[in-house]
Design a protein around this ligand. Structure first.
Ligand SMILES: Cc1cc2nc3c(=O)[nH]c(=O)nc-3n(C[C@H](O)[C@H](O)[C@H](O)COP(=O)(O)O)c2cc1C
Length: 182
Protein backbone atom coordinates (compact mmCIF):
# COMPACT_ATOMS: atom_id res chain seq x y z
CA UNK A 1 0.00 0.00 0.00
CA UNK A 2 1.28 3.45 -0.87
CA UNK A 3 -0.01 6.35 1.25
CA UNK A 4 0.67 10.00 0.55
CA UNK A 5 0.21 12.52 3.37
CA UNK A 6 0.02 16.12 2.15
CA UNK A 7 0.03 18.97 4.64
CA UNK A 8 0.16 22.72 4.88
CA UNK A 9 1.48 24.42 8.01
CA UNK A 10 2.58 27.87 9.14
CA UNK A 11 3.94 27.11 12.63
CA UNK A 12 4.51 23.35 12.56
CA UNK A 13 1.32 22.11 14.23
CA UNK A 14 -0.33 20.64 11.13
CA UNK A 15 3.08 19.31 10.07
CA UNK A 16 3.34 17.47 13.41
CA UNK A 17 -0.16 15.99 12.89
CA UNK A 18 0.84 14.91 9.35
CA UNK A 19 3.89 13.11 10.76
CA UNK A 20 1.67 11.44 13.39
CA UNK A 21 -0.76 10.37 10.64
CA UNK A 22 2.16 8.78 8.77
CA UNK A 23 3.26 6.99 11.97
CA UNK A 24 -0.28 5.70 12.53
CA UNK A 25 -0.48 4.30 8.99
CA UNK A 26 2.92 2.61 9.40
CA UNK A 27 1.87 1.12 12.74
CA UNK A 28 -1.31 -0.31 11.22
CA UNK A 29 0.47 -1.57 8.09
CA UNK A 30 4.20 -2.07 8.59
CA UNK A 31 4.57 -2.86 4.86
CA UNK A 32 3.03 0.45 3.80
CA UNK A 33 5.14 2.91 1.87
CA UNK A 34 4.24 6.28 3.40
CA UNK A 35 5.38 9.64 2.04
CA UNK A 36 4.80 12.98 3.78
CA UNK A 37 5.01 16.09 1.59
CA UNK A 38 4.20 19.78 2.03
CA UNK A 39 1.46 21.13 -0.25
CA UNK A 40 3.94 23.79 -1.36
CA UNK A 41 5.93 21.02 -3.13
CA UNK A 42 3.07 20.53 -5.62
CA UNK A 43 1.08 17.45 -6.58
CA UNK A 44 3.91 15.53 -8.30
CA UNK A 45 3.73 11.95 -9.57
CA UNK A 46 3.34 10.28 -6.19
CA UNK A 47 -0.33 11.18 -6.06
CA UNK A 48 -1.05 9.03 -9.12
CA UNK A 49 0.31 5.87 -7.50
CA UNK A 50 -1.10 6.45 -4.00
CA UNK A 51 -3.81 4.06 -2.76
CA UNK A 52 -4.56 6.47 0.08
CA UNK A 53 -4.15 10.25 0.03
CA UNK A 54 -4.50 12.09 3.35
CA UNK A 55 -4.65 15.88 3.11
CA UNK A 56 -4.55 18.32 6.02
CA UNK A 57 -4.19 22.03 6.63
CA UNK A 58 -4.75 24.71 9.24
CA UNK A 59 -8.17 26.33 9.61
CA UNK A 60 -8.07 30.03 8.70
CA UNK A 61 -11.27 32.07 8.96
CA UNK A 62 -13.35 28.88 9.33
CA UNK A 63 -11.96 27.22 6.20
CA UNK A 64 -8.82 26.44 4.17
CA UNK A 65 -6.11 29.10 4.06
CA UNK A 66 -5.70 31.69 1.33
CA UNK A 67 -2.65 33.75 0.31
CA UNK A 68 -4.14 36.63 2.35
CA UNK A 69 -4.83 34.61 5.50
CA UNK A 70 -1.35 33.09 5.38
CA UNK A 71 0.16 36.56 5.13
CA UNK A 72 -2.01 37.74 8.04
CA UNK A 73 -0.86 34.76 10.11
CA UNK A 74 2.81 35.31 9.37
CA UNK A 75 2.62 39.09 9.91
CA UNK A 76 0.68 38.57 13.15
CA UNK A 77 3.26 36.10 14.45
CA UNK A 78 6.12 38.47 13.57
CA UNK A 79 4.38 41.24 15.55
CA UNK A 80 3.38 39.04 18.51
CA UNK A 81 5.50 40.06 21.51
CA UNK A 82 3.01 38.74 24.09
CA UNK A 83 3.67 35.01 23.78
CA UNK A 84 5.22 33.51 26.91
CA UNK A 85 8.01 31.56 25.19
CA UNK A 86 10.10 31.89 22.05
CA UNK A 87 8.40 32.25 18.65
CA UNK A 88 7.74 28.91 16.95
CA UNK A 89 9.84 28.47 13.81
CA UNK A 90 7.95 29.33 10.64
CA UNK A 91 7.61 26.37 8.26
CA UNK A 92 9.54 26.66 4.96
CA UNK A 93 6.33 26.26 2.90
CA UNK A 94 4.31 28.68 5.04
CA UNK A 95 3.73 31.41 2.41
CA UNK A 96 2.17 28.77 0.14
CA UNK A 97 0.92 27.41 -2.10
CA UNK A 98 -1.36 25.72 0.42
CA UNK A 99 -3.77 22.79 0.27
CA UNK A 100 -6.43 24.79 -1.56
CA UNK A 101 -4.00 25.42 -4.45
CA UNK A 102 -2.70 21.84 -4.20
CA UNK A 103 -6.24 20.53 -4.58
CA UNK A 104 -6.91 22.84 -7.52
CA UNK A 105 -3.97 21.34 -9.42
CA UNK A 106 -4.78 17.75 -8.45
CA UNK A 107 -5.40 15.34 -11.36
CA UNK A 108 -8.50 13.10 -11.22
CA UNK A 109 -8.17 10.11 -8.92
CA UNK A 110 -7.22 6.73 -10.32
CA UNK A 111 -10.05 4.20 -9.96
CA UNK A 112 -10.75 3.29 -6.36
CA UNK A 113 -8.22 5.68 -4.83
CA UNK A 114 -9.10 6.54 -1.24
CA UNK A 115 -8.66 9.73 0.70
CA UNK A 116 -9.21 11.41 4.04
CA UNK A 117 -9.01 15.00 5.25
CA UNK A 118 -7.97 16.65 8.51
CA UNK A 119 -7.34 20.12 9.82
CA UNK A 120 -5.98 21.86 12.87
CA UNK A 121 -8.22 24.34 14.65
CA UNK A 122 -8.85 26.13 17.91
CA UNK A 123 -11.15 24.56 20.48
CA UNK A 124 -14.26 26.66 19.98
CA UNK A 125 -17.85 26.11 18.99
CA UNK A 126 -17.30 28.61 16.17
CA UNK A 127 -13.89 27.43 14.98
CA UNK A 128 -15.20 26.05 11.67
CA UNK A 129 -12.76 23.68 10.01
CA UNK A 130 -10.79 23.31 6.78
CA UNK A 131 -11.20 19.51 6.64
CA UNK A 132 -14.77 19.58 5.39
CA UNK A 133 -13.93 21.57 2.29
CA UNK A 134 -10.76 19.51 1.72
CA UNK A 135 -12.89 16.33 1.79
CA UNK A 136 -15.44 17.88 -0.58
CA UNK A 137 -12.72 18.79 -3.08
CA UNK A 138 -11.17 15.32 -2.83
CA UNK A 139 -14.57 13.80 -3.62
CA UNK A 140 -14.97 16.11 -6.61
CA UNK A 141 -11.66 14.77 -7.91
CA UNK A 142 -13.04 11.24 -7.75
CA UNK A 143 -11.58 10.06 -4.44
CA UNK A 144 -13.53 7.81 -2.12
CA UNK A 145 -13.36 9.67 1.20
CA UNK A 146 -13.19 6.90 3.79
CA UNK A 147 -13.53 8.82 7.08
CA UNK A 148 -15.38 11.88 8.30
CA UNK A 149 -13.28 15.07 8.08
CA UNK A 150 -11.48 15.44 11.39
CA UNK A 151 -10.04 18.39 13.32
CA UNK A 152 -7.09 18.32 15.70
CA UNK A 153 -7.01 21.02 18.34
CA UNK A 154 -4.32 23.65 18.93
CA UNK A 155 -4.14 25.55 22.23
CA UNK A 156 -3.42 28.88 20.47
CA UNK A 157 -3.02 30.32 16.99
CA UNK A 158 0.67 29.39 16.90
CA UNK A 159 0.12 26.15 18.84
CA UNK A 160 1.05 24.03 20.60
CA UNK A 161 -1.23 21.10 19.85
CA UNK A 162 -3.54 20.27 22.73
CA UNK A 163 -2.47 17.32 24.90
CA UNK A 164 -3.29 13.94 23.38
CA UNK A 165 -3.81 15.20 19.83
CA UNK A 166 -0.69 13.47 18.41
CA UNK A 167 -1.89 10.13 19.80
CA UNK A 168 -5.40 10.82 18.49
CA UNK A 169 -3.97 11.56 15.02
CA UNK A 170 -2.04 8.27 15.09
CA UNK A 171 -5.13 6.24 15.90
CA UNK A 172 -7.32 8.17 13.44
CA UNK A 173 -4.78 7.36 10.70
CA UNK A 174 -4.58 3.70 11.73
CA UNK A 175 -8.36 3.49 11.38
CA UNK A 176 -8.05 4.45 7.68
CA UNK A 177 -5.84 1.49 6.78
CA UNK A 178 -8.45 -1.31 6.69
CA UNK A 179 -10.25 0.60 3.90
CA UNK A 180 -7.22 0.19 1.66
CA UNK A 181 -7.19 -3.64 1.86
CA UNK A 182 -8.31 -4.85 -1.57
C1 LIG B 1 -5.34 34.30 9.79
C2 LIG B 1 -5.75 33.17 10.70
C3 LIG B 1 -7.10 32.84 10.82
C4 LIG B 1 -7.49 31.78 11.68
N1 LIG B 1 -8.81 31.45 11.74
C5 LIG B 1 -9.18 30.37 12.50
C6 LIG B 1 -10.54 29.93 12.52
O1 LIG B 1 -11.43 30.49 11.86
N2 LIG B 1 -10.85 28.86 13.28
C7 LIG B 1 -9.92 28.20 14.03
O2 LIG B 1 -10.25 27.23 14.71
N3 LIG B 1 -8.61 28.59 14.04
C8 LIG B 1 -8.23 29.65 13.29
N4 LIG B 1 -6.91 30.04 13.27
C9 LIG B 1 -5.92 29.31 14.09
C10 LIG B 1 -5.34 28.15 13.28
O3 LIG B 1 -6.22 27.05 13.36
C11 LIG B 1 -3.96 27.78 13.81
O4 LIG B 1 -3.12 28.88 13.57
C12 LIG B 1 -3.42 26.54 13.13
O5 LIG B 1 -4.15 25.40 13.50
C13 LIG B 1 -1.98 26.30 13.49
O6 LIG B 1 -1.49 25.29 12.64
P1 LIG B 1 -0.10 25.46 11.87
O7 LIG B 1 0.95 25.66 12.92
O8 LIG B 1 0.09 24.18 11.17
O9 LIG B 1 -0.24 26.62 10.93
C14 LIG B 1 -6.51 31.08 12.42
C15 LIG B 1 -5.15 31.42 12.30
C16 LIG B 1 -4.77 32.44 11.44
C17 LIG B 1 -3.30 32.77 11.31
Amino acid sequence: MHALVVYESLFGNTHAVADAVADGIRQADPDAEVTVVPAAAGAGDQVRTADLVVVGGPTHMWRTTSPRSRRMGLDGAARNTKRPGPAPPVEPGAPGPGVREWLASLPGATDGAMAAAFDTRLRSRVSGGAARSIARRLRRHGYVVVAPPTGFVVAGGEGPLAPGEIERARSWAASLVPFTAH
